[in-house]
Design a protein around this ligand. Structure first.
Ligand code: COA
Length: 176
């Protein structure tokens, strides 16, 4: 990609108005809700990727938890206690259409995975969870995420697929 990718926390005065990743709900979230969720309600933090001082992508993360029985790994279900387990939730991820396919998504994910390792060391974290849109599920599978089975019914067509990446895999992926 031309120019290096800088990743930092969203600032109050960042211009988000022109962002467009091709998914209206994600654009709307980033333009209208990412700021208040971060600065007013303290629900989540968004990280932005910039190239030549222009925002080309964002990832929103939040602290969350997962029930042991939802973990898609028999080994982990056997080893871990039966109470809600700390995870980092990747709540939203979007790369501007004009910058897709150039490594921005991968750079944002690398940053998010490094934050999961930091959470592991400071607060505890058994992995990263996300709700993958059907068209992005293979992007996450490529990073090692595995589907969290819906214990009730199968997914409806077009519904997001919950996915999980164990912290050991996270650490191996970023070489820590
Ligand atoms: C999915 C998305 C975040 C990927 O970001 P990106 O910057 O285009 O991806 P990158 O250029 O970093 O690609 C990283 C790798 O993922 C692959 N990839 C990218 N998009 C993919 C997709 N939709 N499905 C499968 N693989 C994908 C690339 O081929 C690349 O593979 P490589 O490392 O083997 O070369 C981006 O395309 C996007 O914002 N899409 C629209 C919104 C969306 O679907 N967000 C996810 C919501 S859950």
């Amino acid at each position: 990609m031309a120019g290096t990718i800088e990743i930092r926390v969203l600032a109050r005065d960042d211009d988000r108005s022109g962002f467009s990743c091709g998914q209206r709900d994600l654009d709307r979230y980033f333009q209208h809700y990412a700021g208040q969720n971060q600065f007013k309600f303290r629900l989540a933090v968004s990280y932005v990727a910039l190239v030549e001082a222009k925002i080309v992508g964002f990832a929103t993360i939040a602290a969350s938890s997962i029930e042991r029985d939802s973990l898609p790994s028999a080994r982990l279900r056997k080893r871990l206690p039966a109470y809600p387990l700390p995870v980092l939730r990747l709540a939203r991820l979007g790369v501007d259409s004009r910058a897709q396919g150039l490594g921005v998504g991968k750079a944002l994910m690398r940053h998010v995975l490094a934050l999961a390792v930091e959470q592991r060391d400071r607060l505890g974290c058994v992995g990263v969870v996300t709700d993958a849109k059907p068209e992005a599920a293979s992007f996450y599978r490529g990073l090692g995420f595995v589907p969290i089975e819906n214990v009730h019914e199968g997914l409806l067509h077009g519904e997001p697929q919950p996915m999980f990446l164990p912290i050991d895999t996270v650490a191996a992926a970023i070489g820590t």
